[in-house]
Design a protein around this ligand. Sequence first.
Ligand code: PAF
Length: 289
Amino acid sequence: MKVIKDRETLDGWLEECNRQGDEVGFIPTMGALHAGHLSLVAEAQKSCSKTIVSIFVNPTQFGPGEDFAQYPRTFTEDRAKLEEVGCDAVFLPSTETVYPPGGQTFIRVEPLASQLCGASRPGHFQGVATVVSILLNLVRPRRAYFGVKDYQQFTLIKQMVRDLAMAVEVVGVAIVREQDGLALSSRNSYLTAVEREQATALYRALTAAKTLYQDGESDSKILEDSARQVLLAAGIEKIDYVEVRHSETLVKEWSGQTPVMLIAAKVGKTRLIDNMLLNQETAINEGNG
Ligand code: PAF
């Protein structure tokens, strides 16, 4: 696997891919790779002849007091995992490589970016949209793969790519879950044993709402309250939001469309997110837990 750290080496690798007629599949990550990330690589390998993963803990998407410094950086292990699954290249840029001094441009996707997670993490999605657009411009892939666990991020990136007529296909990949339903996340490593147990309530809350929906309930508030009850019963009280939204646009009005339930809550000090399409037939994010 080729390890690439600067723009020139990346350009050289991409030229070689071009010469060989390869289609490049790209998986942007912040590292601390787990089976969820590797499922993105596997998905890319199904339809692209070359796959490249970027590992960059993006400072602009962390707010003051968030876990930028603490975010796990495990490059040796990440590299071994990528080698093992046959990834072709890993892009490991420095902050200056991504953001050369003097930059003045940021991407805002509004109002998508300022609701749900964006309401409690101001600036987060501007950082995400900006770094993803820079990385897409550097790598110029045919397809880019994102986990739908970050459902708002996935929706926002699709919107940005559409709005800016970016020449890339955005592919969403299903959530990978532990046996007990907990969605894989690099932040799960922050959980104590007791919190790890509590965290399973997010999945149970989503499945409770889904059952209710499939039994005929279509009132957002009733669905949201049912999920909230499951969280509270598990001792999760710092609930940021439990919301049912339109699964394509994330607007509140979803009648007649596929609804998605999104949850963000703190378990101990760790903020976790999860989501589920409530309509089983069209579910793209059904886990294996
Ligand atoms: O989902 C992530 O890991 C990050 O938000 C991303 C898309 C790599 C941008 O930094």
